[in-house]
Ligand binder design. Structure first.
Ligand SMILES: [Zn+2]
Length: 123
């Protein structure tokens, strides 16, 4: 194995990325909590005093919360994945093809774990 085979992002770049990802993760967890709190279905007294119209509003509110929550959940999973890759030392390496991810791409989307080519193929 030559040095060329084992490319990785230097540590001095990784620690700000790690800090960023960790703070994003915290933010997302807070967002997730507030989405859950805003979900009308999380209100225990719901339905007791509701009119049909209220029910509809709540259905829509719940649906909206579900969509937001699943979006946030996906982002959380992605951030955790990126953090794990920093820990095991293969951050910046595409998890599909094993090539280095473009650093410009990482600068814009530090949570990404696939290169632009593989992401396009995924779509
Ligand atoms: Zn790739």
């Amino acid at each position: 194995m030559t040095n060329k085979d084992r490319v990785s992002i230097p540590g001095r770049f990784l620690s700000p990325i790690k800090n960023f990802l960790e703070s994003e993760l915290l933010k997302l967890k807070r967002t997730e909590k507030s989405i859950k709190a805003a979900d009308p279905f999380s209100d225990e007294t719901r339905g007791l005093t509701n009119s049909a119209e209220d029910d509809l509003d709540e259905q829509i509110g719940h649906f909206d919360s579900e969509i937001k929550a699943s979006f946030v959940k996906k982002q959380i999973v992605q951030l955790r994945k990126a953090l794990t890759r920093i820990k095991i030392g293969n951050y910046g390496v595409c998890e599909k093809c094993g090539k280095m991810i473009d650093t410009d791409r990482l600068a814009i989307r530090p949570e990404t774990t696939v290169c632009i080519k593989c992401e396009k193929e995924q779509e």
